[in-house]
Design a protein around this ligand. Structure first.
Ligand SMILES: Cc1cc2nc3c(=O)[nH]c(=O)nc-3n(C[C@H](O)[C@H](O)[C@H](O)COP(=O)(O)O)c2cc1C
Length: 264
């Protein structure tokens, strides 16, 4: 970390710090599907909260028909997203968008993407998106400036491409998953993994260490690099009982992360 970094006050035109892009599919009044790119969202347990603009077709549709799919493209699919950036499913195009947007009723075709039927909702998913969520609106709250609707939707089903999941589990493999990141109006792939939270289901301590911990002992990482790590197992009185050497890449990574977060 830099100790003394300079700062200045700025007035950025947007605050799109860097959020995964999604394609939200909603049902038009004539039964066809609207598809729009968006990035404002967060997840709280089984609820996904979307920030959608007032006057857009997507929000209008959700007020009428409360089902949706939220489809997360991967980074390399950004051009499909961008093909929808200048269109709206709203006819006529609202005044504030005129000149900059055109009406497009065939959003899937325009994006070069295909619709696939959902299991639990009438709105289809985006077949090419590796992560697809079927959801139902629980509440739409106007933002204080009334420019956006905050859509709280209950997640009903999650579909994940097999190659981004961990075999035999319900986990997404964070190494395999490359969401499309939207940061200050530019698209990015994610960077290298730099660490993980202790709650990651894929980052449990090596079994020998968790067993030691469960039996009341403590441990300390003595050294750790990509190839190998040494961990002291200590008894309750602080005596070193054993020094364990780790060489499995996942375990050495675990040791490196433990070292980094403990500041050793
Ligand atoms: C990368 C990207 C991110 C966007 N993020 C949002 C967003 O979070 N919320 C939103 O309402 N619109 C967002 N937009 C703009 C909408 O896609 C745009 O207003 C579109 O016309 C809405 O289509 P609709 O009227 O058919 O719903 C984003 C557009 C792009 C290209």
């Amino acid at each position: 970390m830099q100790d003394k970094r300079g700062f200045r006050v700025i007035e950025p035109s947007v605050l799109y710090v860097g959020t995964p892009v999604y394609l939200v599919a909603t049902r038009n009044p004539d039964g066809t599907t609207n598809l729009a790119p968006a990035s404002s969202h967060f997840a709280l347990g089984r609820t996904i909260v979307l920030g959608l603009e007032e006057g857009g077709q997507s929000l209008d549709n959700l007020r009428r028909h409360r089902e949706l799919t939220v489809n997360f493209p991967e980074a390399q699919q950004w051009t499909h997203v961008e093909r929808l950036a200048g269109v709206t499913g709203k006819d006529p195009v609202p005044d504030e968008k005129s000149g900059a947007y055109e009406f497009e009723p065939q959003k899937f075709e325009r994006a070069g993407l295909s619709a696939i039927a959902s299991d639990l909702v009438q709105v289809p998913r985006v077949a090419e998106a590796p992560l697809q969520i079927e959801a139902r609106v629980r509440r739409i709250t106007p933002s204080v400036d009334e420019i956006f609707g905050l859509v709280e939707a209950e997640v009903l089903r999650v579909h994940a491409a097999t190659d981004i999941t961990v075999d035999g589990t319900d986990h997404i493999d964070p190494q395999a998953w490359h969401p499309l990141i939207y940061a200050y109006r530019h698209f990015f792939d994610r960077g290298d993994e730099v660490g993980w939270t202790r709650k990651s289901p894929l980052a449990y301590p090596p079994p020998v260490i968790s067993a030691w911990q469960v039996s009341g002992g403590s441990w300390q990482i003595i050294s750790a690099d990509e190839l190998s790590a040494s961990v002291e197992l200590r008894r309750a009185d602080g005596e070193i009982a054993e020094v364990v050497t780790l060489s499995d890449p996942k375990q050495t990574r675990w040791a490196q992360v433990q070292r980094a977060i403990s500041g050793q």
